[in-house]
Structures are given as C-alpha cells and as structure tokens.
Design a protein around this ligand. Sequence first.
Ligand SMILES: *[C@@H]1O[C@H](CO)[C@@H](O)[C@H](O)[C@H]1NC(C)=O
Ligand SMILES: *[C@@H]1O[C@H](CO)[C@@H](O)[C@H](O)[C@H]1NC(C)=O
Ligand SMILES: *[C@@H]1O[C@H](CO)[C@@H](O)[C@H](O)[C@H]1NC(C)=O
Ligand SMILES: *[C@@H]1O[C@H](CO)[C@@H](O)[C@H](O)[C@H]1NC(C)=O
Ligand SMILES: *[C@@H]1O[C@H](CO)[C@@H](O)[C@H](O)[C@H]1NC(C)=O
Ligand SMILES: *[C@@H]1O[C@H](CO)[C@@H](O)[C@H](O)[C@H]1NC(C)=O
Ligand SMILES: *[C@@H]1O[C@H](CO)[C@@H](O)[C@H](O)[C@H]1NC(C)=O
Ligand SMILES: *[C@@H]1O[C@H](CO)[C@@H](O)[C@H](O)[C@H]1NC(C)=O
Ligand SMILES: *[C@@H]1O[C@H](CO)[C@@H](O)[C@H](O)[C@H]1NC(C)=O
Ligand SMILES: *[C@@H]1O[C@H](CO)[C@@H](O)[C@H](O)[C@H]1NC(C)=O
Ligand SMILES: *[C@@H]1O[C@H](CO)[C@@H](O)[C@H](O)[C@H]1NC(C)=O
Ligand SMILES: *[C@@H]1O[C@H](CO)[C@@H](O)[C@H](O)[C@H]1NC(C)=O
Length: 539
Amino acid sequence: MKLAGIILALGFHTISALAFECTAFAFDIILPSNASTLYAVPVPANGTFGEGPSNVAYPTNATNLPALCAVSVNVTSSATSSFTFGLFLPHGWNGRFLAVGNGGFLGGINWLEMSSGVRYGFAVMSTNTGHNSTNSNSTWALNNREAEIDWSYRAMHGSIVIAKELVDAYYSSAIKYSYYSGCSTGGYQGLNEVQDYPEDFDGVLVGAPAWWHSHLQTWSIKVGIYNLPNTSAHHIPSALFPVIGAEVIRQCDDTDGVADGIISEPRACSFYPEALLCTPSTVNRSACLTSPQIDTVNKIYADYVETNQTFIFPGLELGSESQWNLVAQSVPDAFSIGYVQNLVYDDPTWQWWNFSLQTIQDAERINGPIADADNFDISPFQARGGKLLQYHGYADGFIQPGSSKYYYDHVVRTLAPMGMDVADFFRFFFVPGMRHCSGTVVGAPWYIAGSGQANSLYSSTPVRSVPGYEDADHDALLALMRWVENGTAPEQIVATYYENNTVSEGVVRQRPLCPYPGRAVYSGEGSVDEAESWRCEAI
Ligand SMILES: *[C@@H]1O[C@H](CO)[C@@H](O)[C@H](O)[C@H]1NC(C)=O
Ligand SMILES: *[C@@H]1O[C@H](CO)[C@@H](O)[C@H](O)[C@H]1NC(C)=O
Ligand SMILES: *[C@@H]1O[C@H](CO)[C@@H](O)[C@H](O)[C@H]1NC(C)=O
Ligand SMILES: *[C@@H]1O[C@H](CO)[C@@H](O)[C@H](O)[C@H]1NC(C)=O
Ligand SMILES: *[C@@H]1O[C@H](CO)[C@@H](O)[C@H](O)[C@H]1NC(C)=O
Ligand SMILES: *[C@@H]1O[C@H](CO)[C@@H](O)[C@H](O)[C@H]1NC(C)=O
Ligand SMILES: *[C@@H]1O[C@H](CO)[C@@H](O)[C@H](O)[C@H]1NC(C)=O
Ligand SMILES: *[C@@H]1O[C@H](CO)[C@@H](O)[C@H](O)[C@H]1NC(C)=O
Ligand SMILES: *[C@@H]1O[C@H](CO)[C@@H](O)[C@H](O)[C@H]1NC(C)=O
Ligand SMILES: *[C@@H]1O[C@H](CO)[C@@H](O)[C@H](O)[C@H]1NC(C)=O
Ligand SMILES: *[C@@H]1O[C@H](CO)[C@@H](O)[C@H](O)[C@H]1NC(C)=O
Ligand SMILES: *[C@@H]1O[C@H](CO)[C@@H](O)[C@H](O)[C@H]1NC(C)=O
C-alpha cells in the first residue's frame, strides 16, 4: 500500500511524500490495539471540514482549508472511558507537529483552532479530552474519575503519542520539531505537558493558563460571594462595573507615562476608589459607590488570603473591570460551582453557600493531584532543550494574570538556586489591556497569533499568522519556533491592534510586549502607536 502511494504521488508530480492513503484502513494498520480510526477523509484545497452542531464544544466548521487529510481516532483509555482526537495532515507539510488545546470544560475536537495551525503547514492535533460538552457543563465528571483523568492529562498525552506515530507514517518522514499552543484550559494542558511529559514538545506556547484549578475555581466562587447577596448594601450591580473601569483608567492610565487608555502597569497604580463615593453633590446617583460597595471593590482587587495567612489566589487586576460580569454576577460562576459539584464532591446538591476554607482543602486533596499543574521544577523540560513561552492579558477578568506571575516566580525560586537562568528557556509576557486570551476594550495591541486569536479577529477570509506581519517579531508561535530552531530568544514580541479587531480596517497600533519582569518604556519620540517608539527595559 505504501509503495502504491509513492507511485501515485510521483505520477502526480507532487513533492509531498504521500506514501500513505487517506483512508481509515491505512491508519488502522499502524494504530495500537487500544485505538481505532473513526474516519480519514481527504479535503480539497479551499475545502471545509468540521462536525457542525454535533460537536457541541466546537460547532463551527473550518473553511478555506489547504488540501489535507482529516483523520479522527478513538482511543480506549480504561474499562469505562475513551477519548478521540482529530488530525489535519496537510499536503504542503512543513515537517512539524502542532497540538492545540481546549477551553473551559469544552469537550470536543477543536477543528477550528486546528485550521489556524494547518495554515502554517503544521500537522495539527486536537483531542476532545474524553467527553462531549459545552464550556461550563461538567456533569460528565460526576462520579466519573476516569473521565476526569482523561480531561486532566491522559487524553492530551495519549493523543500526542499516537498522533505523532501517525504523522511519521503518513509522511514516511520523522517529525522535525513538535509544538503546542493553547490558552486558558489549553494553557493548563500545555503547562501540564511541560511538567509531566517533557519529551512531548520542543516548544510550548501557553496563554492565561488555568494551571491551579483547586485554587482558581474556589477563588472564583469566593469573589462571587463578595458581591452577594444581591439585595445587600455591599452588592455592586454589574451596571457599575464600567463606571469603576472608567475611574480606574482615569487614575491609572498615565502611571506608565503615556495617557492612551491602556494601563501597562496596573501594579504601579495606587487606586483610590473613594473618588467614586456618592456624596450629596453627586449628580448621577447610578454612577457612584456607597461605603459598603467600596469594601467589595477592595476585596475584589485584593489577593485572596485565607485563615492563618494561607495564600489562595491573586486578586483581579486594575483594568479587568470589563470582564467582572464573568465572576461577580448575581450568582457565583456556574463553571466553578460545577467544578466543586462534579470534580470535587460528586454532589450536585452542593451550592455556593456551602463554601468554606474546607472546600479549598478538599479541592486540593481530591482534584488537585490530577488537575493542578503545580510542579515548579520544570528542569527536565529545560534539560531536553525545551522552550516555554507564556503570555497573559493584564485585563483578564476570568483568570488573573497574577496567577501566571505566581507560576513564573515560583519556577525561578525553584530553579535559580539550582544554578539555572530561567530566562534561557522560559519567558513570560504580560499583555497590557488584553482580556481573557484575546480582545480588548481599550484599543490595546493584543494580537500575537496566540491560541484562539486568529479566530477572534473579524476577517472575510480565515486569518493566517499576523496579517501584514507574518514573522517571528510579531507572531508568538513563529517567535517560539525561531527560539527552538535557531536559538534566538524573544527579547520582545510586537503585539498588534487592528481597528475594531477587523483585519481589513488596518493596523491602528503596535507595541512591544516585554519579558517579565521587564516593561515597555516609551522613548519619548515618535508616535506612541508605533512599536519603534518603545523599548523593553529590564528591571
Ligand atoms: C473558496 O471557497 C469559497 C466558498 O467556501 C468560495 O467563495 C471561494 O471563491 C473559494 N476560493 C477559491 C480561491 O477557490
Ligand atoms: C460541517 O462539515 C461537515 C463535514 O466536514 C458537514 O457534514 C456538515 O454539514 C458541516 N456543517 C455545517 C454547519 O456547515
Ligand atoms: C470509542 O471506543 C469506546 C470503547 O472503548 C466506545 O465506547 C465509544 O463509543 C467509542 N467512541 C466513538 C466515538 O466511537
Ligand atoms: C494504548 O496502548 C499503547 C500500546 O500498548 C500504550 O502505550 C498506551 O499507553 C495506551 N493508551 C492509553 C490511553 O491507554
Ligand atoms: C460524543 O459524541 C459522539 C457523537 O457525536 C458519540 O459518538 C460519542 O460516543 C460521544 N462520546 C462520549 C464520551 O460521550
Ligand atoms: C449538561 O450535560 C448533560 C450531559 O450531556 C446534559 O444531560 C445536560 O442537559 C447538560 N446541561 C445543560 C445545562 O446544558
Ligand atoms: C438576585 O439574586 C436572585 C437569586 O439568585 C436572582 O433570582 C435575582 O434575579 C437577582 N437579581 C438581580 C437584580 O440580579
Ligand atoms: C448615569 O450613570 C449610568 C451608569 O451607571 C449611565 O448609564 C447613565 O448614562 C448616567 N446618566 C447620566 C445622565 O449621565
Ligand atoms: C491555624 O493555625 C493554628 C495554630 O497553628 C492551627 O491550630 C489551626 O489548625 C490553623 N487553622 C487552619 C485552618 O489551618
Ligand atoms: C449546604 O448548605 C445547606 C444550608 O446550610 C445545608 O442544608 C446543606 O446540607 C449543605 N450541603 C452540603 C452538601 O454541604
Ligand atoms: C532560522 O534561520 C534561518 C536563516 O536566517 C531562516 O531561514 C529560518 O526561517 C529560521 N527558522 C525559524 C524557525 O525561524
Ligand atoms: C466592529 O466589527 C463588527 C464585526 O464586523 C461590526 O458588527 C461592528 O459594527 C463594528 N463596530 C464598529 C464601531 O465599526
């Protein structure tokens, strides 16, 4: 069969080594006994592929694809569990493998995100993580430890191992380099791979990782509780969030020396919420805060420290107000409640008013061992030559950027005493003004072709890389490849903002993101909207 494929390929004068047919039968031959091919179908150039609405997690089909072979494989992971993964094998292969991550509890193959990767020429893989579900529905985990293990790490690692074998066989050529890109849950999946399976990837791109589930989900419930009950004097109605956001910009914007609506260094600002206090002379009574509401504001920004000064999780940053409705609404976030009900207690009757320090300790004890990517000793990844590039939006109101800082700081605290320079293989970038994984409400340059970002730009045709700037200075994935393959570490990554996030409306603003703990400084000359007017300064 392989020979026939080669002859066929030569007959069509194609350079790609299509030594392998795009049929389920061909793939089945090389799969281990615990896996079977669900389908393998050729997709022509400019074709469409996806599962439509039957994929409840990712119902949007990928369009305008390059010519490729789309494969889906089912893997038995235990007596009661299984997971699937999808593969895009492009005819114009760049010799590299890319795995992409999921978001939230989204259970489904992420074909749309795979399409962003396949446009670079990668052979791309995504797993359904072992269940079908929408973002915040975690009932699949109720009394189902095996499904939880699949979601936590087994489906990702198991898919990678098999997918790599299929890629090698399909092209009759060993993969030259392997990469990963994911944000949020996808960021968690990437860090988990770095920690537990350092051999899987040469380069890992991680955005806004949910790496510390037992603390993140319980913090989220706590923040919801700060603003409850909604009949109390301390409750802040969501209509006031933009009022607080505007005041934060008024007070904190120019802490970085440039008044442009973008807060580059929220931690350098000492916010004074009393400026919003309702007084007899306040004209607009729905745009001011009472004293009890100011207490709530202070709690939301504060780090969450429990009994006996136990640090639980960092607080929300100044500038994150446009996403406060995700966690500080009329009931605590359903995603986090579901986490405690289904992944911690296996008790759907548990409610937010049952929350206490005990909940956090139980989450750590029950779910932490499988779903907290909290190993700071990532020296095995360094030793195999791996490179890790992480970013986090400073205006993220769903997963605090401070949790990425916490992870980076603790890796430094763990490895620097062992004589390692962490910046040699792990660099972390805050993205001022960026919300959770993508987007901005203040016109901040945020686009770096990170996970999910290409699909959140408006464009008449699917976006590839950074339109107009398809290079390693502007595209974080290309920057990671240059670091891995050529040894050039990213000293900065230039982020881009397109007018109204619409590619055809053109670039409004570009600015370098700088490796933490450095910062971008305006040179004092030239337009603040041009990257050249800024430089990265180390501390
Ligand atoms: C690609 O397909 C779309 C429909 O999905 C069509 O409108 C477009 O003309 C096609 N482009 C090319 C170059 O064939
Ligand atoms: C998505 O693509 C699949 C095949 O790849 C097709 O069966 C399905 O109808 C498409 N769904 C939509 C909504 O376009
Ligand atoms: C995958 O295999 C399992 C058996 O391990 C089976 O129960 C499940 O239905 C299969 N999934 C699909 C999508 O065929
Ligand atoms: C499937 O089988 C292979 C070969 O026996 C084994 O290495 C792998 O761990 C198994 N995968 C899972 C998810 O159980
Ligand atoms: C997911 O849905 C597919 C149909 O779209 C079904 O074949 C498969 O068994 C489901 N998997 C699980 C784990 O429920
Ligand atoms: C959650 O998923 C379960 C199992 O798939 C389903 O029965 C239930 O209706 C879903 N709940 C919601 C609120 O969508
Ligand atoms: C207040 O909370 C209650 C109970 O969760 C809810 O039913 C009600 O809709 C909320 N009211 C507002 C104004 O959000
Ligand atoms: C008063 O403040 C609210 C925001 O809470 C705003 O929506 C409204 O437009 C303001 N009214 C006036 C008259 O400025
Ligand atoms: C707090 O510290 C005291 C004294 O060390 C100890 O007895 C107690 O168990 C601690 N409480 C918690 C919740 O850890
Ligand atoms: C939750 O709190 C309610 C009211 O205090 C109590 O009746 C119930 O037993 C608690 N449930 C759990 C699971 O702790
Ligand atoms: C490595 O450097 C060479 C020579 O400058 C260049 O052609 C190639 O594109 C670079 N590779 C990557 C992945 O950046
Ligand atoms: C921004 O783009 C979206 C999507 O194309 C469009 O619906 C919206 O009207 C645009 N807004 C402005 C202010 O141009």
